[in-house]
Design a protein around this ligand. Structure first.
Ligand code: DOR
Length: 428
């Protein structure tokens, strides 16, 4: 299979490409980038007015399989990723069973081989059954294909266990993705603690419940000289702790989600549980601090934390509703609008945070648009305005607070290893 993309603007985070270019894809790789390429090929894509980017890499999403297929599957979640412009995604292990053993990991890798539309790398648990009591055999799990380790959805509560995990990570070059949440401070909270929780009379989740464990784990990373990646940073204080840690040379990286970049608690109203997410949508001040962290490089990565849920798991009761936002299909438009179209980040920098930096942290050869690399790329229309319609989601999870909102930038094609895995349907 060969594809020739004609007349495209190319945005790579390393190389500068001025003007428009043709990209030749052959045998799953980028074979040539040049001008007026003309050769014998199977398919031509006229990309006049469009931009070609390295496919996005999501180091944090939930595919719910095995066990929770009514919420999402590898097939539906990876198709949603393709629609969102993602060519590589890493799925969290909080499934049923938890991905904490060779058996469960091999069950998942078989499903991925059979059903995945994009590259899917599994993340295995740090602790057995994510219970925070005993470490999994992370070294063996890495040999069997786990790209990173996380108890996401749950914190590693025991500091001693976290210290041991970090020591292992240092010894064996493992990546730990750290869900930081002091549940004894959360006390059953459901939205951010502040004006909104007071107004609605709902139990709030304090900023400190996120910041204390980040402080702890940054210190443990320092002590063990290990690296740690902090998931879904959402408060001004968290950004500050990580900024200071980086200045001190501690090997900490972190991510922010599109919803913490674009939304705040202001949006929350009674019964609107599509806004319920963990960590919660914070104050506007926190949201500004997250954006400032992206601008100054404290926040390395944009990760979706795509957390699809079934309607029945949401409902209108904030105390009963599941935490999570189905976000992989809206991530690019939201981040392009909030960060690049608004002039806060250049397109090169945005693409870096969505493709190259996560690849580097994960240690995978993705996130570049260059000759000889896998043809994993995304073609976008930066001039198109879209109105988010959850009814059009490919994901089984329609739980989005972005529904009805208008954003700039639309994914037109997604190509994985030289195969078109998503093409936007043209309206009649
Ligand atoms: O909102 C969330 N949903 N945050 C998490 O940490 C877990 C996730 C889920 O699994 O639904």
């Amino acid at each position: 299979m060969s594809i020739l993309i004609k007349n495209a603007q190319i945005i790579d985070s390393v190389k500068d490409f001025q003007g428009t270019w043709d990209v030749l894809i052959r045998d799953g790789e980028i074979a040539e980038i040049g001008r007026n390429l003309d050769c014998n090929i199977d398919q031509v894509i006229d990309a006049k007015g469009l931009a070609v980017l390295p496919g996005f890499v999501d180091m944090h999403c939930h595919l719910r399989e095995p066990g929770l297929e009514y919420k999402e599957t590898v097939a539906s979640g990876s198709a949603a990723a393709a629609r969102g412009g993602y060519t590589t995604i890493c799925c969290m292990p909080n499934t049923r069973p938890v991905i904490d053993s060779e058996e469960s990991l091999s069950m998942l890798t078989d499903i991925i081989k059979r059903d995945a539309l994009v590259n899917v790398f599994p993340i295995a648990a740090i602790s057995v059954n994510q219970k925070g009591e005993a470490l999994t055999d992370m070294v063996r799990l890495k040999e069997c294909g786990a790209v990173a380790f996380s108890d996401d959805g749950q914190p590693v509560y025991d500091s001693g266990l976290m210290e041991s995990a970090l020591e292992k990570a240092k010894q064996h070059e493992l990546l730990l993705i750290d869900h930081c949440e002091a549940q004894e401070l959360v006390k059953g909270g459901v939205i951010n603690q502040g004006e909104k929780s007071a107004e609605l009379g709902l139990q709030g989740i304090s900023n400190l419940s996120e910041e204390l464990p980040i402080e702890r784990d940054v210190k443990l990373a320092d002590k063990t000289d290990s690296r740690v990646h902090i998931a879904h940073v959402s408060t001004a204080g968290a950004v500050d702790i990580i900024r200071q840690a980086k200045v001190r040379g501690i090997k900490v990286t972190c991510e922010a989600t599109p919803h913490h970049i674009a939304l705040s608690e202001v949006l929350i109203k009674p019964g609107y549980t599509d806004c319920k997410v963990n960590p919660p949508l914070r104050s506007d001040r926190d949201r500004e601090a997250v954006k400032a962290g992206l601008i100054d490089g404290t926040i390395d990565v944009i990760a979706t934390d795509h957390a699809p849920h079934h309607e029945e798991d949401k409902g209108e009761d904030f105390y009963k509703a599941a935490f999570g936002i189905s976000g992989i299909e809206t991530a690019f438009s939201v981040c392009y609008t909030e960060l690049a179209a608004s002039g806060l980040l250049s397109m090169k920098e945005l693409v870096c945070r969505m493709s190259l930096t996560p690849s580097r942290i994960l240690g995978i050869d993705k996130g570049r648009l260059d000759v000889g690399k896998a043809a994993d790329l995304t073609i976008v229309d930066l001039n198109k305005t879209v109105i988010v319609d959850k009814g059009n989601f490919v994901s089984k999870g329609k739980n989005t607070p972005f529904h009805g909102r208008s954003y700039k930038g639309e994914v037109i094609y997604t190509i994985v290893k030289g195969e078109i895995v998503f093409k936007k349907e043209e309206k009649q």
